[in-house]
Structures are given as structure tokens and as C-alpha cells.
Design a protein around this ligand. Sequence first.
Ligand SMILES: *Cc1c(COP(=O)(O)O)cnc(C)c1O
Length: 388
Amino acid sequence: MSEYSFVFSEKPITIESGEGVTLTSEDGTDYLDFGASYACTPTGHCHPQVVEAVKEQAAELLFVQASYPVKARTDLHTRLAALAPGVLENVWLCNSGTEANEAALKFARSATGGTKLVAATRAFHGRTAGTLSATWKPKYKKPFEPLLEDVEFVTYGDSDELEAAVDDDTAAVILEPIQGEGGINPAPAGYLAAAREITADTNTALIFDEIQTGLGRTGTTWACQNEGIAGDGVTPDILTTAKGLASGLPLGATLCADWIAEEAGPHGSTFSGNPVVCAAANATIDVLVDEQLAGNAADVGDYLQAELEASDVPLRDVRGEGLMVGIEVKRGANRVLRDLALEHQILALPAGRTVVRLLPPLVLERKHADELVAALESILAPTEASQS
Ligand SMILES: *Cc1c(COP(=O)(O)O)cnc(C)c1O
């Protein structure tokens, strides 16, 4: 066991290489990757365009501090502003999801002058002190308390509770349009629009954490543009993205409306906007657009959910949008995941004890969905012997 195992529980498979939806282990076994290491490889593993962009930028310039403009970074600002929902043209770059949210919470406080934060039950926003305060799971927080004090949790999906919690001292409401870590819970119809109205009335910043839901994953570029989640679309004041933004290289971004950016307050980070990572992100965004990966996510995701419903797999529930899918199973999710990996060479993720979480590369094809459904049938469907 490596020294990593004191934090991460290690899987018994050593991965050596990747291509598209496939990861290959040291012993030459191919695995179909339905987890994409938590949605971090939307373009597929080692997409040639991304690899080429990284190589070229690395040969030219590995790093220069953020106060010197470099083309890769200014290009990324332009791409992100164009990709953003509504007008969120102010871009802060950092190195992870939690930092993107940490900046969002800081900017919201300084722009509004408020201190209180409102977050949702089952939320996950990261593991640094600020974002951990807005994360729900007590297990993640207890050993590190006290964290930020002025955080109120409201039941996810309940607009009345949200309205009651938000007041003139509330700096921000932070929400995931579909909760990922919390079990793949899509916002109920009208919830995000209600959050928009409530926060506008109190001069509160509305933050959408799209770190897991963004970049085409749910079938639209952002989940707040997805009809199934947000009706006609809801634009937040701050949107955060990370995970797949640079196809697996470390990058987060906080996109802000002008009124936030104007009073954002001092902030910084040494590695902000590293040129190599920006080059990877530019290529990632180009691939997402050119290969229409959001459309593919919608198509293959709908197909997968329909095939699961029509299959013999005993399910409590299937939910999600596009290629962000949660399958609630009757057996513990971890046992199902182990059988998928070791018997069927399919890698996926848990979301809590009973949900198998699928966040595959967005280049996934229908035939891969068929493979997963067949594997789940073989693991979970009752055999004839057990039925009689
Ligand atoms: C993963 C995740 C984060 C934290 O991102 P890190 O890069 O692990 O810090 C925050 N919010 C959501 C919704 C996430 O899925």
C-alpha cells in the first residue's frame, strides 16, 4: 500500500493507460469507464486534440504568473464567457472545484456585504474550510469543526424553506442543479427559478455549483439551461465549474456577473491560469462544441435510462439527466460496483450507500450503454431458480 491509502481507499486495479471510454490496467485488461474519475474526462481519455494542445503549450511555456497575460489564458477567458449561461463574463481561474466555490463564497460576501450563507441538505461543495461549511454530510465535517458559523441548511427542493431562510444579511444561496455526491437528486421543477426570485429580492448572490453537472454532462452545456431541471433556463450570479474543464488536468473557474466582479475584493492564487492547463481547457471546450458532446449525452443518456427501465434489473429508481445518472439498487451500491469491476470490467461510482452513479465520458455510445445494462442484469436480475 502506498502512503496515499491513509486518505484514499485504493482499488485493486492499477491503471496504466486510457483511450476514449476505455481504461487499461497494468496487466492489459480493458475496463469500460462509466465513472470518468468523477466526471473529469468528458472528452474521453487522452483525446488527441487535448493531448496535442498540452504538448504544444508545454514546449512553449510551462508557467508564468497570472498577472502577465498569455494567449492560452486569454483565449480561455473568451471561451468561458461565450459558453456561460446569460452574461457571466468575469472569469476567475483556480485549480480545483473547492477553490472555485471558495472564491464564489468570498466574492458573494464582499459584493453583498452580507455574511450568512444558505446551502441545501445533501449538498456537496468541497472540502476546504469555507466550502466544507456549506457541505451537508456531518461525517465530512465533524472532525474539523468549528467551521464557518453563519450557514443555514434548507431542505433541497423546498422553495418555501428557502424563502424563509434568506434575508437581507444573506450573502449567498449555493445550490447544485442536480446534486451529485448527495445521490443524484435533480432539482424539482420550479425550484431554481424560485431561488432566482428569492435571491433577487434580497440582493443575495445566487451561486450554481455546476462542477459536476456542467460542460454538457446533462445534455445541455449547463444544467441550469436544461429544460428538465430549469424550465426555460435560470441564470445565477455566479457559476462554478471544474472537474472535466481541462479533461482531467487541475482547473476550476468561477464565472461572475458584473455586480459581483465589481466588488469582488482581493483574492489570488499562484497557479491561477496555468498556461498548460488553459491549453487543455481550450481544446476540451472545442471538442465539446465541435463533437456536440452535450447532444450525445442527451441521446445516449435517454437511451440508457429507457433500456434500464425496460430491463430485468430490479431497480428502486433511475434518475438524472443526460450522462449524469443515478441507479438506486436494492443491494448495497459498493457490492454492485465491485461485481461490475471485477466480473464485467465496468468502472462506476457510488453516491451514498444505495446509489450507483454513472458519469461516463460524454463520447459514450449506445453500445456501451447496452454493455452496462447486460452486466447489471447478470449481477442483479433474479435467476429463475430464485424466483420459483
Ligand atoms: C467534486 C465537486 C466539488 C469539489 O471539487 P474538487 O475539485 O474535488 O475540490 C464541488 N462541488 C461539486 C458539485 C462537486 O461535484
